[in-house]
Design a protein around this ligand. Sequence first.
Ligand code: UD1
Ligand code: UDP
Length: 360
Amino acid sequence: MKIVTVVGARPQFIKAAAGSRQLRKEHKEILVHTGQHFDDNMSAVFFREMGIPEPDYNLGVSGGTHGQMTAKMLTGIEEIIQKEQPDAMLVYGDTNSTLAAGLAAVKLRIPVIHVEAGNRLGTLDSPEEVNRITTDHIATLDFCATEDALLKLQREGLGDRSYCVGNIMYDSFLHFADLPWGKADIVDFDGNPIIVPDNYYYMTCHRQENTYSDEPLTEILFAMNSLDSPTIYAVHPRNHDRAKRICEKNGFRNIILTQPVGYLDSVHLTKNAKKIVTDSGGLQCEAFYAGVQCVFVLDYAVWPETMVNNRNQLAKADHIDILEKLGKQQTIDPEYQPFGDGHAAVKICEIIGKWEGNKL
Ligand code: UD1
Ligand code: UDP
């Protein structure tokens, strides 16, 4: 088959690293980068480090309102579909790039394959929720990371097209977590290398809900600043100025602000951290795989299967709540593996192979 895959944001590159490697063993893949993430440390570093093939197209679309961004991507992807005439469109996750690609394909009657389908927060206040619900419903094949996500799609009447294959992020994690971690390539906002302390907490925080104003991020950083070891906060570019200003204004000296880090550094920072505080969907799962306790700062659980035995706890953007959750101890049941066996990409390709003749 000829399959067009569309990626655009950091977590999609990480999924495509596992997906493209497997897909290209049996199919012809055309890789499209929408341009949604574009800084070297948000995009190119993943292609270099993770061996992701060079994109065949880069649309260079980023920024603007969600509507503007999605519309520009949709127009560009439509042109590529018309030119390439693929048999299917493959998309990952829940970003604006996912939605734009799904819509462009379904309007041209090209079957959509959605990887990481079925997750639900239960509120359309989250832009990602809109993207994932729409994409799940316009897809011909939905691949879920967990049984819980599959159940949700069955309840929405999508059971006949949905499969639980495990989390493709776990494929990438297992592949890269075992590689040696040489000298970390982590720099501060001025580009100076930082030394990773022996003991530290690892934090990321970028969601609209936590960064639309100073207040929630100040609460989170206040909590981290009062811990017994420093926090390494790898800052998404959208929060660069706000994070710097809050730390300077409040004298938060126990926080090390860094530019976004590459995947190898992120995985190893995760494995070696005391605990993790994040609002990232992907990072909370990686904390779970690594057995490192996590506090997830959001009002809704993205991955409810991680929320067992204090392994991952929801906290409000409130320093008292965050510190209370960080003070709890986790217990780990090694038999409990809700994300599959790390071979999601193989299973996805097997199912795509069987479905090949069955076009829309
Ligand atoms: C997007 C996804 C979110 C995901 C996150 C991963 C949507 C709706 N959301 O959010 O699910 O968790 O990616 O990181 O698609 N920017 C840069 N350089 C970059 C990338 C972004 O400066 O390389 C700045 C731009 O000013 C941009 C802003 O960050 O306007 C926000 O980026 P955007 O892609 O719109 O949303 P994310 O917050 O990254
Ligand atoms: N990540 C990274 N560098 C960073 C921060 C995160 O490589 O500076 C990785 C992290 O390990 C995880 C993924 O990015 O694999 C999560 O992506 P992100 O938080 O951007 O999006 P989300 O998962 O919330 O959609």
